[in-house]
Design a protein around this ligand. Structure first.
Ligand SMILES: Cc1cc2nc3c(=O)[nH]c(=O)nc-3n(C[C@H](O)[C@H](O)[C@H](O)COP(=O)(O)OP(=O)(O)OC[C@H]3O[C@@H](n4cnc5c(N)ncnc54)[C@H](O)[C@@H]3O)c2cc1C
Length: 412
């Protein structure tokens, strides 16, 4: 129940929120309590190389599989591949509730539902029948996962600058190149790799790039290193190298030379997910701050009496409320079949910035306590700061919004 929102969410969405909340309370939070020693301690969480240690990989898998068994994991994957076919409002509502409850510390929550790039999503509607046969059952059960190799050292926002090549080799191809920032790659079983198949078309930015499904253990495919950020000793993004990796026609995903169409299939899900993550984590943080400022005293009274402490929280509460409403609205538009390109771009760009500001203010209101590992606020801030870049930077989203405005899409 949310008494601040006038839009009445459908009963089935409220039921999903309640169900997913019960799920994370049963399957995610207790795992963090039982295994907090490794899940919260970077010295134990990662190998020397910077990957998650095997028990952590197993816990991630357990959460995915428990969610699949409970009927949540694939709820927004298309029905044609065995998913629940639920819309984006359901996806948003579920993720927002997950992060609102789990906050910064209980990061296994990120595996409570299938993320489009790691598990079943519209992307898998584009694999060949043989690939479907080989991977789908394991993916739907959460036993296996994948990653999405588009970005490269020289190709980020302008993904068409990628250099990885797939050169013809008999009836198939050999892929050579490098990928960077590939999330979930250290523990994935498959990678969807984007490579140039028609250099002339690619040079003119008229297609010429195809997507391939490649097992992580394919000969010639290796994770060169784990990308580390914020001073951490490990991470979940890999730098990948392909050295003449053989792929066959059954591994082609979607149409030849039209790989970017595959990338677009996950865009809405990704942006809805990151908006939900931003709103959920902000709400979790703001609630902590509201409680703390009433208990903490300075100069003879609770710090909630000082407007210098509380007005920034009020401003962030206002912004997060707006971001929440924007997200609900964008999802409703998408679910009704409208493209909502402008509205979803606005929502993602706004919510991630609002969240980074909110969590920074929440830390400030906690004083030194706000910086401690045990509060989890810095973890949450790092997540939202990161997604100001990942999944379409704020600037690229503004570029999209401007393009829409200039095309006459000026409704607000
Ligand atoms: C945590 C994380 C996970 C990621 N996971 C994946 C993944 O799984 N798979 C994958 O393929 N990629 C992944 N990425 C890569 C991500 O897609 C890129 O980081 C993103 O597209 C931006 O590219 P870049 O970092 O190379 O920045 P650049 O493209 O080099 O941009 C640098 C700066 O210039 C700005 N800029 C660029 N062009 C313009 C323009 N036209 N107008 C205004 N400003 C502009 C950008 O906004 C940015 O501020 C991930 C990134 C992060 C941080």
């Amino acid at each position: 129940m949310n008494s601040a929102i006038g839009i009445k969410l459908p009963e089935e969405i409220l039921a999903i929120q309640a169900g997913i909340e019960a799920f994370v309370r049963k399957e995610v939070l207790p795992r963090h309590e039982r295994h907090g020693d490794i899940l919260s301690d970077p010295r134990k969480k990662y190998t020397d190389e910077g990957r998650y240690v095997p028990p952590v990989v197993e816990l991630i898998r357990e959460v995915r599989m428990a969610s699949a068994a409970a009927g949540y994991f694939n709820m927004s994957a298309p029905e044609s591949i065995g998913g629940g076919g639920m819309g984006l409002l359901a996806y948003y509502a579920a993720w927002e509730r997950i992060f609102h409850i789990c906050g910064g510390h209980h990061w296994l929550a990120t595996y409570a539902l299938s993320h489009w790039a790691f598990g079943p999503s519209p992307v898998l509607t584009q694999v060949t029948p043989r690939a479907r046969e080989e991977i789908l059952a394991d993916m739907l059960a959460g036993r296996k996962s994948m990653c999405f190799g588009l970005s490269e050292p020289g190709a980020g926002s302008d993904a068409a600058m990628l250099k990885t090549r797939a050169e013809p080799d008999g009836d198939g191809w050999r892929i050579t190149g490098r990928k960077l920032w590939t999330s979930n790659s250290p523990q994935a079983d498959y990678c969807i790799v984007f490579a140039i198949t028609n250099p002339e078309k690619a040079a003119k930015k008229q297609g010429g790039i195809s997507a391939f499904l490649v097992p992580m253990n394919a000969p010639g495919f290796e994770i060169e290193s784990i990308v580390k950020v914020f001073g951490h000793v490990g991470g979940d993004e890999g730098a990948l190298r392909f050295e003449r990796v053989r792929v066959e026609p059954w591994q082609l995903v979607g149409e030849m030379d039209k790989g970017f169409a595959i990338a677009l299939l996950g865009v809405s899900l990704g942006r809805v997910y990151n908006s939900a993550r931003s709103v959920g984590l902000s709400r979790w943080g703001l609630e902590k701050a509201v409680s703390y400022v009433q208990q903490r005293e300075a100069f003879g009274k609770p710090i909630s009496e000082y407007q210098g402490v509380t007005f920034p929280l009020a401003e962030s509460a206002t912004e997060v409320h707006a971001a929440h409403l924007m997200a609900i609205n964008a999802c409703m538009l998408l679910d009704s079949g409208q493209p909502a390109i402008k509205e979803l771009s606005m929502t993602k760009a706004y919510s991630v910035q609002v969240a980074a500001r909110a969590l920074d203010r929440v830390m400030q209101a906690h004083g030194a306590m706000g910086l401690t590992n045990e509060m989890g606020l810095t973890d949450a801030w790092e997540v939202v700061r990161t997604i100001n870049i990942g999944d379409g930077t704020n600037e690229i989203l503004y570029k999209t919004i401007v393009q829409r405005l200039l095309k006459g899409d000026t409704d607000l």
